[in-house]
Ligand binder design. Structure first.
Ligand code: GDP
Length: 440
């Protein structure tokens, strides 16, 4: 998502950086490029107009033009304005003290409502809540079955009320939650392919009947310019509190998603980056803007690592620092990277990583993990803990055993060598830091 927007913006910044001092014409030309990049990414034209006007005005000040690093200042201003466009600060999901809390999801059919309901339930469950899902989409065939299956996978009960009217189902779910001591009810409502009066009225009626604490609208990031009409109508009729953007992992241009906040004034609360229950992330304007500008999302990487790591792995990290890096560690690292969502997702969060990924054609194959795994598994116990003993003969044997080539094994040895060197450096740094502390 946002790949070509990222590329275009970075090209513009590169051109500015190449200039040193900037003239008014340089800024005007850069703003024209930014305008085109945003329009081509499907950002709403009115939003683009305001964005560029504000950014240009801030860039054309003496403070920026006469500074020692004008290009850097322009980048910083674009970043600031992008953060502002996306909503400035994180907008957390606020639950009230009422039990059960009711969260109602609205949106068009296919926007990802049902899966978002499950993802939200999963997230809340991880936070110690006990959610109940209410299947109020009685029109889409199998919607309730889909919810029941997915709910079963994450261990969250689903209230179906088969055959009942959606309003009764929602009310029944709230009663059931009281009975069964569930503290949050997540209501999945029916959507239609397009804005439709009956659907709107039903959402309004359910809202009136169960008085949700939060109404969240699910918006598909792949919707193009039409997104503005859709969210505006929903905002007017259901007065929702926040937005969940789904399918941000896809390769659509995504500009519609960037326009939602400016068009409705409602905050984006979550983004969904995949089909699995764990792919819902709390939305952070700052982190998203930095990702779009290719500046990396370090917080995101740390969070992913913390989720994937267990106490054993943290202990292993300490041991590696102490005793050096073995092939077993390398195997463990590969497995961890896989768990963190694969190379593509990690690279996408590194500064400049998205660009590198785009240069590689947007795809990077995780089969490299499988190859490395096979090679390490073909090593003897002794070879794994002391890779330096792996000579030419052993390399040929490992290649045969793992169905790879000696060149693959050589590459792996080289990687191990690099990592071991880095580990050595970190060890020295850690020792120096400890020595420093003791000396004080
Ligand atoms: P609903 O009609 O609004 O309830 O939509 P669904 O929840 O059934 O989702 C429609 C389709 O989009 C399903 O195939 C989902 O698996 C898929 N989907 C939903 N969210 C995401 C996402 O964040 N990423 C991807 N790749 N697919 C998604």
């Amino acid at each position: 998502m946002f790949n070509s927007l990222s590329d275009r913006l970075n090209d513009t910044f590169d051109r500015l950086r190449g200039k040193g001092k900037l003239t008014e014409a340089d800024i005007t030309s850069a703003m024209r490029d930014i305008r085109m990049a945003l329009l081509e990414a499907d950002v709403n034209f009115k939003v683009v107009k305001d964005f560029v006007a504000k950014t240009k005005e801030r860039c054309l000040t003496a403070e920026v033009m006469d500074s020692l690093t004008p290009a850097q200042n322009v980048v910083k201003i674009v970043l600031d304005e992008l953060v502002e466009l996306l909503g400035s600060t994180e907008s957390k999901l606020v639950l009230s003290s009422r039990i059960p809390n009711v969260i109602m999801l609205v949106g068009l059919q296919g926007s990802g409502k049902t899966t978002a309901a499950v993802k939200l339930a999963y997230l809340l469950k991880k936070q110690g809540k006990s959610p109940l899902l209410a299947a109020c989409d009685v029109y889409r065939p199998a919607a309730a079955d889909q919810l029941a299956t997915l709910g079963g996978e994450i261990g969250v009960p689903v209230f179906r009320g088969d055959g009942a009217h959606p309003i009764e189902i929602a009310q029944g779910a709230v009663r059931e939650a009281v009975d069964k001591m569930r503290d949050v009810v997540i209501v999945d409502t029916a959507g239609r392919l397009q804005i439709d009066e009956q659907m709107m009225q039903e959402a309004v009626d359910i809202k009136r009947a169960v008085k949700p604490d939060q109404v969240l609208m699910v918006v598909d990031a792949m919707t193009g310019q039409d997104i503005v009409n859709v969210v505006s109508t929903f905002a007017e009729r259901t007065d929702f509190d926040g937005v969940i953007i789904s399918k941000l992992d896809g390769d659509a241009r995504g500009g519609g998603a960037l326009s939602v906040r400016a068009v409705t004034g409602k905050p984006i609360k979550f983004v969904s980056m995949g089909e699995k229950p764990d792919s819902l992330e709390v939305f952070s304007p700052d982190r998203m803007a930095k990702r779009i500008l290719g500046m990396g999302d370090v917080v995101g990487i740390i969070e992913k690592a913390q989720e994937a790591a267990n106490a054993e792995q943290l202990e292993a990290a300490e041991r590696m620092l102490r005793d050096g890096f073995t092939m077993n560690d390398m195997l463990e690292q590969m497995r961890m990277l896989k768990k963190m969502g694969g190379m593509k997702s990690i690279l996408g969060m590194l500064p400049g990583g998205q660009r590198m990924l785009n240069q590689m054609g947007g795809n990077i194959d995780d089969s490299v993990f499988d190859k490395i795994e096979a090679m390490i598994q073909s090593m003897t116990k002794q070879e794994r803990v002391k890779p330096s003993i792996i000579n030419g003969q052993r390399r040929a044997r490992i290649a045969r055993g793992s169905g790879t080539t000696p060149a693959d094994v050589n590459n792996l040895m080289k990687q191990w060598g690099e990592m071991n060197k880095m580990m050595g450096k970190m060890r020295t740094m850690a020792q120096q830091a400890q020595g420093g502390k003791k000396g004080k």
